[in-house]
Every structure is written in C-alpha cells, then in structure tokens.
Design a protein around this ligand. Structure first.
Ligand code: NAD
Ligand code: 3PG
Length: 509
C-alpha cells in the first residue's frame, strides 16, 4: 500500500488521553473538539486527514462529503453504526474500529444488569436458562460468567458455528426453539436490518411468561414499544437496558419503569476499556501511516494484502495499465466491461488489489471522485461498469492482463514488473520487442508499419522541440501495430500527429 499521509487528526469525543499522546509522538497533529453539533463538525472536518470518534459523533454522509481530505475514520470502540460506512467507502475513506478493547467491560455490565434484574423477582440464577442471541466476543464472555452462577446457556448465531460455541458451553438452536426455553435473554448482535426488533410483540409472545431481557448491545434490537407492552402485561418480568434507539432517550417511559434497570450507554465506560480502545485506535492509525499493516478496518479489506514492497510495484503497474487503456480509448464511447486476469504464482493472492488498482487507473480523470483502492469497485459499480477478475493457474511468469469492452470492441494490455519497474508487454495484440517502461511521459500510437515511420516521427518531435527518450515497436501484432514513444515532455498538440498515425494517446505515469 502506498503510504497514507495523515498530518492532522480531529478527536471529536472523550477518548483516553493515551490516544492523543501516541498520535503526537508519531508526528501527527491532534486537535480535540468534543461536543460539536453536526454543523460544527461539517465546517471543521475539511481541515483534517483523520477523525477519531466514539459512538456519540454521527459521521453521516453529509459529514463525509464535506471532508475533502479525510482518509481514515477511527472508531475507538466496537459499533460503527454511527458511521456511514458505505459513504466512507465511496469517498475512499478507511473506517477502522477497536472491537476487542471494551469486550470485558460490556460483558461485565451485562451480567450486572442480569443480577439487578433478578432482584425484581427475588429469584436465584442457579439452574435458570439464559438465551444469548449473538455469540461473538461479548456473547462468549457473558456465557462463561453466567455459567459460573450455575446458569445453563443456550444461544443463536447465524455465523459462529455450533461446535465452536459448544466448546464454550453454549448449545446453539434456532430462535424458534430458543424463545420458549429461556428464563433470561441477552442480545449481543450489531444493529442491522436482520437484528432490528429481534424481540418484538410476536417473539415476546413465544417466550416464557415473566422472561427477563437485557440489551447492552444496541438500542432497537429489542423493540422498545413491544418491550413496554410486554412489561405492562407481565409477559416480560424485567429488563436491563444500557442502550436506546434515541440516546439519551427523550421518552422516559422505559427509564422510569419500575421493572427496568437502565444505564446511559455505559458498557464501555471503564478506565480499562477506554485505555485499551484509545491505545488500539492510535496504534492502528500509526501502523497504517507507517505502511506496516492495516488492523481493524471494517471496509477497505483490499488493502490488507498491500503492505509488502513488491505489492507497491504491482499496484503501480495496475494503475498504469488502467491509465494506458483509458487514454487509448478516449476517442471512443465509455467502456462498460473490464476483465482483469492475473497469472503466475506470486500474484495468486493479489488479484483483488490488482483489480482495484486497474480500476483506479481507468477511472482517474482529475474529477472530484478521486478513485483509490478503497473506493474503486464501488465507483465502477456506480458507473455501470461490470468488473470480473480471475487468476490463471499453471503459468510461471507473473503478469496482469486487462481487457476492456467498449460497445463490443475489445482493448487489451498486458504488463508485468521487471527489476522493480512496471512494464507493458503488449497493447491491443501488439507485443513489444522492448517492453515499455511505464514511467514518465508516454505517447502511444497506432500506425501502418513503414520503414519511414521512425524518421518521420523523429523529425516531427524535433520540430515540436520534444526529445524522444525511447521507442518501442511491436515484434508481432494482430491488426495495425501499436507503438510507444517515451518523451522528455508532453506534446502540446497531439492533433498535429494526424498525418503520421491512425490513433494516438499521450499520458504521464
Ligand atoms: N453497551 C456498550 O457500551 C457496548 C460496548 C461494546 C459493544 N457493544 C455492542 O455489543 C454488540 C456485540 O459486540 P461484539 O463485540 O460481541 O460483536 P461481535 O461482532 O464479536 O459479535 C456479534 C455477533 O452477532 C452475530 N449476529 C449477527 N447477526 C445476527 C443475528 N441476526 N442473530 C444472532 N446473531 C447475529 C454475529 O455473527 C456475531 O457473532 C455490538 O452491537 C456492539 O456495538 C456495546
Ligand atoms: O460499540 C461500542 O464500542 C460501545 O457501544 C461503546 O460506545 P462508546 O465508546 O460510545 O461508549
């Protein structure tokens, strides 16, 4: 990955002071401005390369679109539901979190809430059945703690395999089987369409009468209106809530309910959790800036395999091939299909970033959208471009072949990296005798082969006052041959070449 330059970071919430310290020690200027409203944040954000938040800052599409320099949003905590990750990805901004920093604190608050719920009913926990919906980091920690009180733990998670949860003493089953068996239910999922209202009128009705519920995950996983109805009818015997749909909740009816214990979203508010999250997010940003590794990214997974020095040259190659093909088809209609094929064992695991790199080269046009490896595929999709990629097994030479289709016509280029330099081996079926070094100012042109071509071109360039640095002719070709000339500077008027060539394109890479 090319180093990401982060000079200024805004911390918009109360994040442990170690975060600022670590960032500053690594040469990053940090400004703390807590309690900004949305308009303040929109006005402020344009001056920063990075933003560090907890859950209170709403990083909406408006904020992201106002952020002309932003490259990273660091969430010092777990949930990224306060960040518009799709809008960030489209803008090419990396979003990262620190998902394990506050796990223990959230688990401790969860079992405290359960213990307090017990008091309403004056019952023991020993021998009771706890249903855990969401068996990730926190769900697991809650299970082991509640087992120590003698509770039987059952659960449901669509991703964590039953054999894994069985090893932590949690028997998995469908939600339909789970609801009627539980004395207590605790939810530990992210908030997303499939988990919104998981506990609702219909599912409360399937539960044991008097079931007690805990939500220390996200407001809305337990439908608040349904919870109130269940509490009123006695179907739900008590609730422990750390989170609400609206925070702080303006509607106080649940907060004031005699059978509800509430906290104002305190699950991560311990000294230990804050120190871990603050340190983790700062170190993750520093490692990314230093080009060491990318940890905690919730988008931009493509970057994870771009930290080796070799990958940098291949990324440069992909971007350059994309730029060459784009230049050589500018006179035609916009392309709508791109196929990227990598070959050679060394590129086996690289087709994902090579694909994004080629798209960056194809889409870069100096406009505001600024393609990068993070947003390339979503920008291509938005532009109606179908991208396919594959890897050819069995070929030893590493290379990247790109084909683009424009109204049924196909343009293609093949490149590789030799001696650390990206090179073009072939363009539109013209295989170059001397591979073209993809650096500097390049003039590509298609012309009928003629013994006079080189001298005419030399004369033309001399007249234009532009020095020729290299000349690559094809050794074999199908159709009219393509040539490439390295130039000391770009030509002022490409149109003047018309008498000599059929098609021409110029670019700097
Ligand atoms: N109250 C707080 O202060 C606090 C602190 C930390 C985390 N949290 C929240 O707690 C939640 C859990 O955090 P985590 O670190 O354990 O996350 P995690 O990603 O480790 O675990 C979430 C689990 O939910 C599962 N899941 C997804 N969809 C599901 C569905 N439809 N039904 C059942 N399970 C489903 C996932 O497979 C995953 O195993 C998150 O919402 C997080 O934001 C709250
Ligand atoms: O998802 C989380 O990490 C928790 O909800 C904690 O949020 P906070 O950092 O705003 O306390």
């Amino acid at each position: 990955m090319a180093p990401i330059s982060i000079k200024r970071i805004l911390i918009s919430e109360s994040v442990d002071s170690c975060c600022m310290k670590i960032l500053q020690e690594n040469g990053i200027q940090v400004i703390e401005k807590p309690n900004m409203n949305k308009d303040d944040l929109i006005a402020e954000i344009k001056d920063y390369d990075g933003l560090v938040v907890r859950s209170a800052t709403k990083v909406t599409a408006d904020v992201i679109n106002a952020a002309s320099n932003l490259k990273v949003i660091g969430r010092a905590g777990t949930g990224v539901d306060n960040v518009d990750v799709d809008a960030s990805t489209k803008k090419g901004i990396i979003v990262m979190n620190t998902p394990s920093g506050n796990t223990i604190s959230a688990a401790e608050l969860t079992y405290t809430s359960k213990l307090l719920c017990m008091k309403f009913m004056g019952a023991e926990m020993y021998g009771k059945i706890l249903g855990i919906v969401g068996l990730g980091r926190i769900g697991k920690e809650v299970a082991s703690r509640m087992q120590s009180f003698g509770m039987k733990t059952i659960g449901y998670d669509p991703i964590t395999p039953p054999e894994v949860t069985a090893s932590w003493g949690v028997e998995q089953m469908s939600l339909e089987e789970l609801w009627p068996r539980c004395d207590y239910i605790t939810v530990h999922t992210p908030l997303m369409p499939s988990t919104t209202g998981l506990l609702n009128d219909a599912t409360f009705a399937k539960c044991k009468k008097g079931v007690k519920v805990v939500n220390c995950a996200r407001g809305g996983i337990i439908d608040e209106a349904a919870l109130l109805r269940a509490l009123e009818s006695g179907q739900c015997g008590g609730a422990g809530l750390d989170v609400f749909v609206e925070e702080p909740p303006k509607d106080r009816v649940l907060v004031n309910h005699p059978n509800v214990i509430t906290c104002p979203h305190l699950g991560a508010s311990t000294k230990e959790a804050q120190a871990r999250c603050g340190q983790d997010i700062a170190l993750q940003i520093v490692d990314m800036v230093k080009g060491k590794c990318l940890v905690g990214a919730v988008n931009a997974q493509v970057l994870a395999s771009t930290f080796s020095p070799e990958s940098h040259q291949w990324i440069r190659l992909g971007e350059a091939i994309g730029a060459v093909l784009k230049s050589c088809t500018t006179s035609k209609q916009p392309f709508n299909q791109v196929q990227i094929t990598t070959q050679g064992d060394s590129l086996k695991a690289s087709s994902s970033y090579m694909t994004s790199a080629v798209i960056v080269g194809l889409l870069t046009d100096g406009s505001k959208s600024r393609p990068n490896l993070v947003n390339a595929l979503s920008l291509a999709k938005e532009s109606g471009i179908t991208v396919t990629r594959n890897h050819s097994e069995g070929l030893t030479e590493s290379a990247c072949v790109v084909e683009i289709s424009v109204n049924g016509s196909c343009y293609r280029a093949t490149g590789s990296v030799q001696g650390g330099v990206p090179i073009l081996l072939e363009l539109n079926r013209s295989v170059f005798r001397q591979p073209v070094s993809l650096t500097g100012n390049l003039l590509f042109f298609k012309a009928a082969s003629s013994p006079l071509l080189l001298s005419s071109l030399t004369g033309f360039l001399a007249k234009a006052g532009v020095e020729m640095e290299s000349f690559s002719a094809p050794t074999t070709c199908i159709g009219e041959p393509w040539y490439c000339v390295g130039l000391a500077s770009l030509l002022g008027d490409l149109g003047a070449l018309k008498p000599l060539v059929q098609e021409a394109a110029m670019l700097s890479v």
